[in-house]
Design a protein around this ligand. Structure first.
Ligand SMILES: [Zn+2]
Length: 211
């Protein structure tokens, strides 16, 4: 079984208007918490029908595995997601981004010191982590459904990194199974994402604002 590590994004603290206004009781309660048309959880398959409505978008919550997800019919199209990607994605010129990626490589060296073949899953249009991994002696490849073809991936990999990628998965179960299939049996998966802190603190969750 591969080892899986989840780490929070560095410096990814919401600093928008929510933090500077007086606390809004409605937000503190969990933002228009409602019962919706349910559907099966996109990760574990359990039935989910509780959720939040926030900034005109619906989010379902799975009480079995704690996943928060956008109902299938309301998810962004591939073109919408790609357009949004170009607006917010970090660039190689961003020194903070480079430092964050260097921290991920350090963690990889700690967690999986013998890893040679590494895949960055969700590498984006400018695969900077792939470049840094190669510079540190790895045989690295990048994959991104918007910017590369599946042929970029030739398994098995000793390690897979997914940096602020998991939160964008429309079908997380399918993606996780795919990643586990790319790893060698005792490989290492490093995931950087921001877990939500419960529906009662939904408005504080960075990803409640993204597609
Ligand atoms: Zn679930």
């Amino acid at each position: 079984m591969p080892s899986i590590g989840v780490l929070p994004p560095r410096g990814r603290v919401f600093r928008g208007s929510f933090g500077t206004r007086r606390p809004d009781r409605r937000l503190a309660r969990g933002v228009g918490r409602i019962r919706m048309n349910g559907e099966n959880c996109h990760l574990c398959g359990a039935w989910a029908e509780d959720g939040n409505r926030f900034q005109k978008r619906n989010f379902l919550h799975c009480s079995a595995c704690d996943l928060v997800f956008v109902p299938a019919a309301e998810q962004a199209s591939a073109d919408q997601a790609k357009a949004r990607y170009w607006r917010h994605r970090n660039t190689p010129e961003d020194a903070g981004y480079a430092a964050m990626l260097s921290g991920i490589i350090e963690l990889l060296h700690t967690q999986s010191p013998t890893a040679r073949r590494v895949l960055d899953y969700g590498s984006g249009p400018a695969p900077m982590l792939v470049k840094l991994l190669r510079e540190s002696g790895h045989e690295a490849a990048g994959y991104d459904p918007h910017f590369t073809s599946d042929t970029a991936m030739t398994p098995p990999f000793d390690a897979v990194t997914a940096v602020e990628t998991f939160e964008h998965f429309a079908e997380p179960r399918r993606e996780v199974e795919r990643i586990l299939g790319l790893l060698r049996p005792d490989g290492c998966l490093l995931v950087q994402t921001l877990l939500h802190a419960g529906l009662g603190r939904f408005a504080e969750w960075w990803y409640a604002r993204g597609p």
